[in-house]
Design a binder for this molecule. Sequence first.
Ligand code: URA
Length: 428
Amino acid sequence: MNETFDAVDIIRTKRDKGTLSPEQIAWTIDAYTRGVIADEQMSALNMAILLNGMDREEISHWTTAMIASGERMDFASLGKATADKHSTGGVGDKITLPLAPLVAVFGVAVPQLSGRGLGHTGGTLDKLESIPGWRALLTNDEMMNQLADVGAVICAAGSGLAPADKKLYALRDVTGTVEAIPLIASSIMSKKIAEGTGSLVLDVKVGSGAFMKDERNARELAETMVALGKDAGVNTVALLTDMSTPLGLTAGNAIEVEESVEVLAGGGPEDVVELTVKLAEEMLQAAGVADADPASALRDGRAMDVWKSMIRAQGGDPDAPLPVAKESEVVYAPADGVLVQLDALSVGVAAWRLGAGRARKEDAVQAGAGVRLHAKPGATVRAGEPLMTLLTDTPEKFDRAKDALRDAVVIAPEGSRPARRLIIDRIA
Ligand code: URA
């Protein structure tokens, strides 16, 4: 077959800081999906994009081309507003678990297509799979039925959504090109737009445990994604939120489910509750629901009722005991004072090395593994007090996990006050 463009010309254009036309971009994504553009050519193009960027028009055409590579879902037949949330990923980020049922309480359908973890950030599906019987894979019909009956579904994204992104993301992962803002924005938004949600709230994380370590880059990513969403007719807002320290007191799988259930029971750590309620308010507002009070639905059990129905609808037993790690080891505070830093990335890497995460896509995760925190930044601690408990089924992993935590903790003299703004900004 005669091809319209030549891959080498396209690579040269980006290498020389030129602009790709809509036709060139549509062809590139299509030709790569068909195998006409080779992996080594796409790697070179990705690197040129990482180094030289793309303008808003190019990013928009790139996103459109990725959407066109697969199916588009449509929830219009539900007759309800739909809202979704996407987090760019962090340590201890279990917010989707209490959030989806909480928003559904107010009559908004939440089709939450989620992924598995790779590297130090956990995956929502890995966490939920620690619930006995729960299954992540649903057909489109099962998903629609559950949205109609229960109002919320958290399940695996089918392979039909933006298949170009799957291939491209796997290539970026092994070629040092994940961190390009145009590629991250188009990757996330192509899947969210293809999923067919009416409104979308983005939780863009900032800090050591996030993709974006500094606020400037996180802001640029958020602004790019909000513009892509709006251009596609999805009511989109973004929050920039802190990921310098883990969210809540747990990083792992079953232990994060346990903490989410505490939040659904009206308790749980303050930061997890604050972010869950704020994101619920944003989702409800974006979906056109006025005057909702999500905090009350956590306190009075309505969100818990939806959670139990949602878990049961996917074969899980919400009342079954969760798996527990076979072995544990405690890390103690080295000095008296105020805990001013508890580094998110270090805790994430430790949880990952304990078995909560995977190094390769095909690896299995341990349901009970992870890190349980006993103090958060701002707490006064005494030397010898437990700071964290490390959990695993494979005790030979303790040493490597402790290596990751070597510089995680900073304790300052009493009177010091670490400043943490959990919600840094809102971008609409
Ligand atoms: N998550 C995605 O889905 N894509 C990226 O490129 C980065 C994070």
